[in-house]
Write a protein that binds this ligand. Structure first.
Ligand SMILES: Nc1ncnc2c1ncn2[C@@H]1O[C@H](COP(=O)(O)OP(=O)(O)O)[C@@H](O)[C@H]1O
Ligand SMILES: [Mg+2]
Length: 294
């Protein structure tokens, strides 16, 4: 049997076999064995007769924040949709730790280790905070499936596996509540009662519960007050620096994004027109004038 990049059986995707292994960063094993670059090669995507993305190639470095910038309509959202499987790319490769996931379904892409936080703080308003969070764990294999994936055998006591799955989910929720205190206080409240900042926190927490190696964020600062926006950016920075998550940060707010990013790319009409260190991009007066708006 072939192995994934972190030694997991290929059939199991990246999903860790034991609960401890899964709590990246919390168990001292560090992020290095989990970080993976996202390499996008020659991606072409669009809608019907419209090609919104032309031959886009970029690498989001392992454990780094890569900002994807550009005006409204540049193709930023399309790029994230094509990576996450929400739309099927027409051409190109999407390599996670060397494995091509282009063209897979959204569920398969999540299982492979890429979580997508779409535009617009998409919580399910009629569900409670906790019910929204549990959706993030739907990509987990059942205890039984995990055992089979790890051993290639049937498990003697299926009951036991289901029990440990429950405990693992409870522990993951506890960890989320530990990191996101305002969500902990509101776990039984409907998501509709949350503020914009709390909703953004909830969708990020939900995405993290799928235990991704790569997090795709589509305009997380949109519509938030400056102070809340700063908190969200701090959170994003922490996820990269402390937990080794590879982050693709789509923003129209180029100044804020470049302040936290390591690298940046600029999209214009579906093509990459610049790619450089965040500080280099931020200092480029011509780029700022033409594409970045500051
Ligand atoms: N669902 C859709 N159907 C048809 N065209 C779309 C759709 N979504 C986006 N587009 C078009 O694709 C292009 C890129 O849009 P998008 O990826 O949303 O840009 P951005 O996120 O940078 O604002 C635009 O020309 C937009 O009009
Ligand atoms: Mg967009």
């Amino acid at each position: 049997m072939s192995s994934g990049p972190d030694g997991a059986p290929a059939g199991a995707g990246h999903v860790p076999v034991s609960g401890d292994d899964a709590r990246r960063g919390a168990n001292g094993t560090g992020p290095s064995n989990r970080s993976a670059p996202l390499e996008i090669e020659g991606l072409v995507a669009g809608y019907g007769g419209v090609t919104a993305l032309h031959d886009v190639t970029l690498t989001a470095g392992a454990g780094a924040i890569t900002a994807v910038l550009g005006a409204n309509g540049a193709g930023k959202t399309t790029l994230l949709r094509a990576v996450s499987g929400m739309i099927k790319p027409r051409r190109g490769r999407v390599l996670l730790g060397g494995h091509d996931v282009a063209g897979r379904s959204p569920e398969q892409v999540v299982r492979a280790g890429i979580a997508h936080v779409p535009e617009g703080q998409g919580v399910i308003a009629e569900l409670t905070v906790e019910e929204n969070l549990r959706i993030g764990m739907m990509s987990w294999p059942s205890g039984l499936g995990r055992w089979r994936a790890a051993t290639g055998q049937q498990m003697p006591g299926g009951q036991q596996a289901a029990g440990s799955g429950r405990a693992e989910r409870a522990a993951a929720l506890d960890e989320a509540y530990g990191r996101f205190k305002p969500l902990s206080d509101r776990r039984r409240k409907l998501a509709s009662t949350l503020s914009g900042g709390e909703r953004q926190m909830l969708v990020i927490a939900r995405a993290l519960l799928s235990r991704p190696r790569v997090l795709l964020l589509d305009e997380p600062s949109l519509g938030l007050a400056p102070q809340i926006m700063a908190q969200v950016m701090d959170l994003v920075t922490g996820l990269s620096r402390e937990h080794g998550l590879t982050i693709v940060l789509v923003e129209q707010n180029a100044r804020e994004a470049l302040a936290v990013a390591d690298h940046g790319v600029v999209l214009n009409l579906g093509r990459i027109v610049a790619s450089a260190d965040a500080s280099t991009l931020a200092a480029d007066v011509t780029l700022r004038h033409h594409y970045l708006g500051f």
